[in-house]
Design a protein around this ligand. Structure first.
Ligand SMILES: NC(=O)c1ccc[n+]([C@@H]2O[C@H](COP(=O)([O-])OP(=O)(O)OC[C@H]3O[C@@H](n4cnc5c(N)ncnc54)[C@H](O)[C@@H]3O)[C@@H](O)[C@H]2O)c1
Length: 260
């Protein structure tokens, strides 16, 4: 989408994006900025995080989202710099290969994934909410996944459980804070064509083809397509949507058998 085609629904809004250095976070930082938001880019990776902040004219805050002090400092800095926290896109997450079947996944791996994917979202929501309550408005978007809704035979057990936790936590927060003007939604992307996925399937194209069969639209999502949903959930266009499981999955969760 060209800049001219993007609407400016977020002028005057401040958006914090975690995991902004890559993939969905990167595309979302770009989209939110294109729609007029001031974007605070948080990432563990300094080089990529700093680069995207520079590109979108925003602020980079070096953050490990598993560290409660760094997360608090991130939202403090966003508020002190720009005067509000209107959007929190809590998106950073990991899916390491050693997180596999429950039969082989060690407790260390289980815990590392829970910390990065679920505890991090708890920490970000806990730090964002007081600023949103102060202004009586806000939109929190927590990245879950379609695997929070569907079981996979090729298991990543801690990842799936962590995303199920994100879904349940987002629903509860959405209900709790609805009357304060704060919306909380869980974004559930289907498989996205990011560097990680491309690398995985470059080694084994047959594996990619097997997965594509289950996606009715017949391809993986582009990060920009997920970012478009993020911008919608961030904006007032979604003012009556809260506590939802917002699926952006190309129909995968609706399909029983393969499409023709
Ligand atoms: N790619 C997919 O197919 C897919 C599908 C569904 C859900 N998701 C979810 O979407 C989110 C983003 O995924 P992506 O594919 O864009 O991943 P990615 O690996 O491209 O980007 C993740 C970013 O998060 C950062 N990060 C990782 N751990 C961090 C930490 N502790 N603190 C701060 N930053 C950290 C990384 O440095 C990276 O920049 C994740 O939560 C992922 O689980 C991805």
């Amino acid at each position: 989408m060209t800049e001219a085609q993007v609407c400016r629904r977020l002028t005057g809004r401040v958006a914090v994006v975690t995991g902004a250095g890559s993939g969905i976070g990167l595309a979302s930082a770009r989209r939110l900025a294109a729609e007029g938001a001031k974007v605070v880019c948080a990432d563990l990776d300094e080089a990529t995080g700093r680069a995207v902040a520079r590109e979108v004219g925003g602020l980079f805050v070096h953050t490990d989202v598993t560290d409660p002090y760094m997360v608090e400092a991130l939202f403090d800095e966003a508020y002190e710099t720009y005067g509000s926290v209107d959007v929190a896109f809590n998106n950073a997450g990991i899916s390491p290969p050693e997180d596999d079947s429950i039969l082989t996944t060690g407790l260390d791996t289980w815990r590392r994934v829970q910390e990065a994917n679920l505890t991090s979202v708890y920490l970000c929501c806990r730090s964002a909410l007081p600023y949103m309550r102060r202004h009586g408005r806000g939109s929190i978007i927590n990245t879950a996944s379609f695997v929070a809704r569907m079981g996979a035979a090729t298991s990543r057990i801690s990842y799936t459980a962590s995303k199920g936790g994100v879904l349940a936590m987002s629903r509860e927060l959405g209900v709790q804070f609805a009357r304060e003007g704060i919306r909380v939604n869980a974004l559930c992307p289907g498989p996205v064509d990011t560097a990680l996925l491309r690398e995985l399937f470059a080694e084994d194209p047959a594996r990619a083809a097997r997965r594509l069969v289950h996606i009715p639209v017949g391809r993986f999502a582009r990060p920009e397509e997920i970012a478009a949903a993020v911008a919608f959930l961030a904006s007032d266009d979604s003012s009556f949507i809260t506590a939802s499981e917002f699926l952006v999955d190309g129909g995968i969760s609706g399909a029983y058998v393969t499409s023709r």
